[in-house]
Ligand binder design. Structure first.
Ligand SMILES: [Zn+2]
Length: 346
């Protein structure tokens, strides 16, 4: 059985298509999936590079943090899917038995882990995982779209609904449009009826974002006054900012935030340490919100919207497994708009 494996930390040069043993069901709640396509997230770069705080269980490590495929086998306790069903995979795996898991707060499970990081990933012909991590796809999906859907859409959904509580008519600023989570945040914000401004260093990406419903785009390489341009456009600061860049952008984010505004982050691709003037934080009554992945309930909510065709990720490009290193380099260079997908089986 073919799998895309990382043979050591140190970047995509250490990726190789290898032969691995097929997996077997370990629990009556497990399912075995024939993976059709896998997709990459920024997390895949951290894993490949061996970034601090990212430790894979062992090498060779099967990579891939997103995927979709067909159910091949179900354990005796699985009732919501059957062999032959097409499914999308929730890459966040929790224990299922602890108090946070039992009360629907799976993201706070002590054993919470992500496929492709803490556990073997999705870029493999067959995968065994808990049945609660898959939901049926209905309606018209391409395999690349389905594989590209879960992590970014789930992350954006939790950020903007459960965490930032965005409502129709509010104004949102999203930094760095083009990456999967930022594009998903744009789509979710528009679905919720918000008005959206985006930034990018590439005018072509701003045009793509406008086609997806952004009403204002600012090239953050072309101006050093992003907060000023955004405030001039809306006539005020924004209600919600999605800033997963971090160090280079947080000071400007806070300048663009209105009193009572919320800044939500799911990453720190530009650096993790920022300065904060606490006097401004309390005076303006801002909320600074962290978010990561999502719960089973939130996953079910986004899959309903995906199945209805209301949230579908733009796919930047699709690569065969053997050319995966090219996809990693495109992601690392920030060249993409939307998701990078690996074709696992055809
Ligand atoms: Zn748990």
């Amino acid at each position: 059985m073919r799998a895309l494996c990382l043979t050591a930390a140190g970047g995509p040069d250490h990726l190789a298509v290898m032969d691995v043993a097929p997996p077997v069901l370990r629990a009556p709640t497990d399912v075995r999936i024939g993976v059709r396509a896998a997709a990459l997230n920024h997390l895949d770069l951290w894993v490949a590079d061996g970034a601090p705080g990212v430790a894979v269980p062992a090498f060779p490590h099967v990579v891939g943090t997103d995927g979709a495929g067909v159910v091949l086998e179900t354990g005796s306790a699985v009732t919501h899917v059957r062999p032959g069903d097409r499914v999308v995979i929730n890459p966040g795996v929790s224990c299922g038995g602890c108090e946070p898991c039992r009360t629907g707060d799976e993201v706070f499970c002590r054993q919470f882990g992500v496929l492709g990081e803490h556990r073997p990933g999705t870029a493999v012909e067959e995968l065994v995982l808990p049945g609660r991590n898959v939901l049926p796809m209905t309606g018209e999906w391409s395999w690349p779209e389905a594989a590209a859907f879960p992590l970014s859409t789930l992350t954006a959904w939790r950020m903007l609904t459960t965490r930032a509580r965005l409502v129709a008519g509010e104004q949102v600023l999203i930094w760095g449009i083009g990456g999967g989570a930022a594009v998903a945040a744009l789509q979710v914000a528009r679905h919720l009826g918000a008005r959206v401004a985006v930034t990018s260093s590439a005018d072509a990406k701003l045009d793509r974002a406008r086609a997806l419903g952004a009403e204002f785009g600012v090239n953050h390489r072309g101006t050093d006054d992003v907060p000023g341009s955004v405030k001039r456009h809306f006539g005020s600061g924004v209600h919600v900012i999605v800033d997963s860049v971090g160090a280079p952008t947080w000071p400007r984010s806070l300048k663009a935030l209105r009193p009572g505004g919320r800044l939500v982050t799911c990453g720190a691709t530009g650096g993790p340490f920022v300065e904060l003037d606490i006097r401004r934080l309390f005076w303006f009554q801002w909320s600074l919100l962290g978010s990561t992945m999502g719960t089973s309930r939130e996953f079910a909510e986004v899959v309903v919207l995906g199945n209805a065709g209301l949230l579908r990720p733009p796919v930047d490009s699709v690569y065969p497994l053997a050319e995966a290193a090219r996809a990693y380099r495109r992601l690392a260079g920030g060249e993409q708009f939307g998701k990078l997908v690996l074709e696992v089986t055809t």
